[in-house]
Design a protein around this ligand. Structure first.
Ligand code: AKB
Length: 304
């Protein structure tokens, strides 16, 4: 029987994982540094992932055997305080790795990001193993985490699985502090009938995926036979690629009359160092990744 701990559970991915596991009647202990604003459909304990003793106690108390470690400061917020970002992203990762080894945790899911790539990665279509020169502290922490995943598997047989997520489009819980957040901000502005000022240039192409695909891909990867996984680090994954201009056209074609101004800020440089498209053929081959939501379906769902 799976008994799952989710850290950073009140964020964009965590809230959807909770709903998913609730439907399956699987035990979940959600933890977050904040308190929930509404009653969760699972157990909840307020806990800081930097507090290893506390997380370790919770793992033992609730007999946890699987961990979804979702805590992270994203790309744009990370640049405002890189030292804090390194500390949270790396020390919490290390805590979860140590706790997992000490408690014989069966599997860990830990999201990586397309932020691990950089200008040397041939950004028109980024392959699974290109040169990597991440430009943000967030991307650097994700790349270090990927290397540690491989090391901990070889050293301790610790089974951490991971996906390099593109921007994730969700309606219920927005992300916060990401460079891809414009897509949700623009959709929300259209729904509210207000103008939107986009912080990226209209022709900036970035990969995205719908939240349901983000959840299902993680679940499918976690269920895959380890012997089928040829990659010990994180897998490339994508849904579709889009520019702000294309998004605006799509929103308009769904009957919304949105006005957008473009005022690129520091996030433009981050976006310029990220892929336009991602080759996720290894995910398709190794564990059967098959996205359900393309560009049109995603925008229709998000505009509902
Ligand atoms: C961000 O924009 O920082 C994230 C990501 C691509 O990892 N959405």
């Amino acid at each position: 029987m799976d008994r799952i701990l989710i850290t950073g559970a009140l964020g964009q991915l965590g809230t959807e994982f909770i709903k998913h596991f609730k439907k399956l009647n699987v035990f979940v202990l959600a933890t977050d540094i904040k308190l929930p604003k509404y009653k969760l459909q699972c157990e909840f304990e307020q806990a800081d992932s930097l507090d290893k003793t506390r997380i370790n106690e919770l793992v033992k108390k609730h007999d946890i055997n699987i961990i979804y470690h979702l805590v992270a400061i994203l790309s744009a917020s990370g640049e405002k305080d890189p030292f804090k970002s390194w500390k949270l992203n790396m020390n919490s990762f290390q805590n979860i790795a140590e706790i997992s080894v000490e408690n014989n945790i069966k599997k860990v899911f830990w999201p990586s990001s397309m932020a691990v790539f950089g200008t040397e990665s041939k950004l028109d279509l980024v392959i699974q193993n290109p040169l990597m020169n991440p430009s943000t502290i967030y991307g650097i922490t994700k790349l270090v985490g990927e290397k540690l995943m491989e090391y901990y598997f070889n050293r301790f047989r610790l089974d951490i699985r991971s996906l390099r997520y593109p921007g994730i489009v969700s309606v219920e819980t927005a992300p916060g502090g990401g460079t891809t957040d414009y897509i949700i901000d623009m959709i929300n502005a259209a729904k509210k009938g207000i103008d939107y000022t986009c912080f990226l240039d209209e022709n900036t192409e970035l990969p995205m995926m719908y939240i349901d695909d983000a959840i299902n891909s993680a679940i499918t990867l976690m269920a895959a036979k380890k012997s089928n996984l040829s990659i010990l680090g994180s897998y490339n994954i994508t849904g579709f690629s889009i520019t702000p201009k294309k998004l605006l056209n799509e929103i308009k074609s769904n009957g919304f009359n949105l006005k957008v101004n473009y005022e690129p800020d520091f996030r433009q440089k981050i976006a310029d160092s990220w892929p336009k498209k991602i080759d996720d053929s290894s995910s398709k081959k190794d564990w059967g990744w098959n996205p359900e939501f393309g560009l049109k379906e995603t925008i229709i769902e998000a505009l509902k």
